[in-house]
Design a protein around this ligand. Structure first.
Ligand code: BDP
Length: 692
């Protein structure tokens, strides 16, 4: 199934006719040429109206000699002027483009091939309709984030410890099978094209939990990796590998991976020299160290800056980057020692190291301080590393949000995080002193030291790419938000639905909105309440198990007893986690009066009878939301029936089957959570909706 780029999407441009002014055999230009040819083929000679011109600035200038259309010359000159303007060079220069419209004719100019490809996809997305852009004006399009990355947690084979894809809910890996890169990579070519359309510019190919077999990808497997890099390169996407910090031991012959050891340093230098000899534009590496059993610098008494810089310095001569994950915590902490708060760990480990990371190291920080839950506050680390390049890590794969069995559109959650102001809302009396930056601003970094967004991908070799066909919307929206974090999640659904079901008309968009718009809140309402998180079955993390993790060392407690529930993370009486936030959030979260309801149990331990800002008690809120949330899934299932015969049958049936499972699972959540709260609290539901 074609996802959001069926050939039909190229018809409007093919019909208008596209002129390409770009010379050379750059792989991305070759892709643009193939796209233009494909559009012409789809339109099959029905070309009617004024042409669209797509040009590289240099080639446009050459073509814009005396007698050339003035708009072409103006556009090209303007593009070059922009590219040379300080600050813009790095963005428009590589990946941006300008559009000008003049009496129905369109000219798109970019300074580099990747910008031209982005411009092409912009035209495809808008169908060449740029009426939003003022006539005669030059609309400059540059990506908001320089880093627009997807991490794939793919393993080399199905018998890998976590299956073919860790936390994958869409079948096997698109590129690995039977311990090697697949022979037939046709679907990878399609996938790269889908990603390029959304704005993604980097992929990491393998699981962050790098085991011995996958570790060899960097060494003996690099020729195979090169085949994938060739495909992604043509789509303007750089290729990265996740590496094992202990690789000098596991893939080499050393007995240490101490970052300050000369042999270790030499090992990495040699390894990367070989990689770049094969893949000259290799992006770099992603590292999970000292986390959930993975090796790291702590074993040698070294810091994570030592670790990151070891790899960064070996990559630097080749222009590579190290993405170092901040997801570092002790998953074997003694459960009786409740002073160790998992939420605190990343900040405690990394803030002392601010300023010590080299320029080609990016610290990759999960959105929340714990782990991809349906609701968490923003990780305070994102506001505490002013001298470090940062990327915020999201989870597109729905590990804790229904595993692509449930509909759960996550773009509203990501928008909330991107819009969050770590130093407080603007306005108010002391507005002048407030740092008004949003998280999107913070991770953007500077032109010289940019950051951005990374997310764990949700795809596999499933015919619908994402298992649940509607989960495609999450992947699409993530890519688009990396390019422009101010896009409206609801508009993105329109874009996705219109492109994915081009023949289906407005009925599909209506239905997609009815199902997806609010699905994150619906999912939240029938699962773990008020920011408490987890309550999932240990291991696979699907379905309810309220006490599943409660007496284990993983640090994901809810502390329910007969009197109340919640984690006291206050400075006054708890773990002190609230103190990791700058003002005003440190005080907003500290106080029961101001802590938002949806995060109450993340920050406070309260009695079941505690009255929320909504006016309801905690226990009554749990009963109500769980009953309403489960009922909402039934309405979603009914709504889907409206598009029977409108969307392709196989899409209809797959979604219908998943909605049946969502309805079943939501009822299970409702009944277990409500019964648990009833038994613990002894407080009945006045409407008697809790199973006795
Ligand atoms: C957790 C997943 C685990 C990952 C880990 C990570 O359960 O499979 O390895 O995140 O991000 O949420 O490293």
């Amino acid at each position: 199934h074609a996802a959001w780029l069926p050939d039909e999407a190229l018809r409007p441009l093919g019909t208008r006719g596209v002129r390409l002014l770009a010379t050379g055999d750059d792989p991305v230009l070759t892709t643009v040429r193939a796209e233009v040819a494909r559009a012409a083929q789809v339109a099959r000679g029905t070309t009617t109206s004024a042409p669209v011109t797509l040009a590289l600035a240099a080639d446009a200038l050459a073509a814009a000699g005396p007698g050339a259309a003035p708009r072409l010359r103006t556009a090209a000159e303007h593009a070059i002027a922009l590219a040379e303007r300080p600050g813009l060079a790095g963005t428009l220069g590589a990946q941006g483009f300008v559009v000008t419209r003049d009496e129905g004719a369109l000219v798109v100019v970019a300074a580099q091939p990747r910008g031209l490809l982005a411009g092409w996809h912009h035209l495809v997305r808008t169908g060449g309709d740029t009426s939003g852009e003022a006539a005669g004006d030059l609309a400059v399009h540059v990506p908001a984030q320089a880093v627009r990355m997807l991490d794939h947690w793919d393993n080399l084979a199905a018998d890998s410890p976590m299956g073919p894809v860790e936390r994958g809910y869409a079948g096997a890996s698109l590129w690995f099978a039977d311990g090697r890169v697949r022979d037939d990579l046709t679907r990878v070519e399609h996938y790269a094209r889908l990603l390029a359309h959304t704005g993604i510019n980097a992929v990491c190919l393998n699981n962050v939990n790098v085991h011995a077999r996958e570790s060899a990808l960097l060494t003996t497997g690099i020729d195979q990796v090169a085949r994938l890099a060739t495909i992604f390169r043509a789509a303007g996407i750089s290729t990265y590998l996740a590496v094992d910090f202990a690789a000098p031991i596991t893939s080499g012959a050393l007995d240490t991976s101490d970052p300050l050891d000369d042999d270790v340093r030499a090992w990495w230098e040699r390894a990367f020299a070989d990689v770049y000899a094969t893949i000259p534009d290799f992006g770099g590496v992603v590292v999970k160290a000292d986390s959930e059993g993975r090796p790291g610098p702590f074993a040698y008494g070294r810091t994570h800056a030592d670790g990151a810089n070891l790899l960064g310095r070996a990559l630097a001569p080749h222009g590579g980057t190290v993405f170092w994950r901040a997801f570092v915590y002790d998953h074997r902490q003694d459960w009786r020692d409740r002073g160790t708060d998992r939420a605190r760990a990343a900040y405690d480990h990394f803030t002392p190291l601010d300023g010590q990371f080299d320029d080609n190291a990016v610290l990759q920080v999960k959105l929340g301080p714990v782990d991809f839950q349906v609701r968490e506050p923003l990780s305070p680390l994102l506001a505490a590393m002013p001298h470090t390049r940062l990327a915020m890590e999201l989870q597109v794969t729905q590990e804790y949000t229904g595993q692509q069995q449930h509909v759960c559109y996550l773009a509203p959650l990501w928008r909330e995080a991107l819009d969050f102001r770590p130093w407080g809302p603007v306005g108010g009396a002391d507005a002048a002193e407030t740092d008004a930056r949003t998280v999107a601003d913070v991770v953007r970094g500077t032109d010289a030291l940019p950051g951005g967004l990374v997310a764990v991908a949700n795809v596999g070799d499933d015919p619908f790419w994402t298992g649940h066909p509607l989960a495609q919307a999450n992947l699409y929206a993530y890519g688009r938000l990396t390019w422009d974090p101010t896009l409206d999640p609801s508009d993105l659904l329109d874009e996705w639905a219109a492109r994915t079901f081009p023949q289906a008309g407005p009925a599909v968009a209506r239905t997609v909105h009815a199902l997806l718009d609010d699905s994150w809140h619906v999912y939240e309402s029938y699962t773990a309440p008020l920011g408490i998180g987890f309550m999932v079955r240990p291991g696979h993390h699907y379905g309810p198990d309220v006490d599943g993790y409660e007496y284990t060392p993983w640090g994901t407690y809810h502390f329910a007893d007969r009197d109340g529930i919640g984690v006291d993370r206050t400075r006054a009486t708890g773990t002190g986690f609230t103190g990791q936030y700058p003002a005003p959030w440190r005080d907003v979260y500290e106080s029961l009066e101001t802590c938002p309801d949806e995060l109450l149990l993340f920050f406070h331990h309260v009695p079941y009878t505690h009255v929320l800002h909504s006016g309801s008690t905690v226990v009554q809120h749990v009963y109500d939301t769980h009953v309403e949330g489960a009922a909402a899934t039934q309405r979603m299932r009914d709504t889907w029936r409206d598009v029977r015969g409108v969307v392709p049958d196989e899409v209809f049936d797959r979604v219908a089957a998943r909605l049946d499972e969502q309805v079943r699972s939501a009822a299970e959540w409702r009944d277990q959570i409500n019964t648990y709260f009833w038994r613990k609290s002894g407080i009945p539901d006045p409407q008697n909706r809790v199973i006795p």
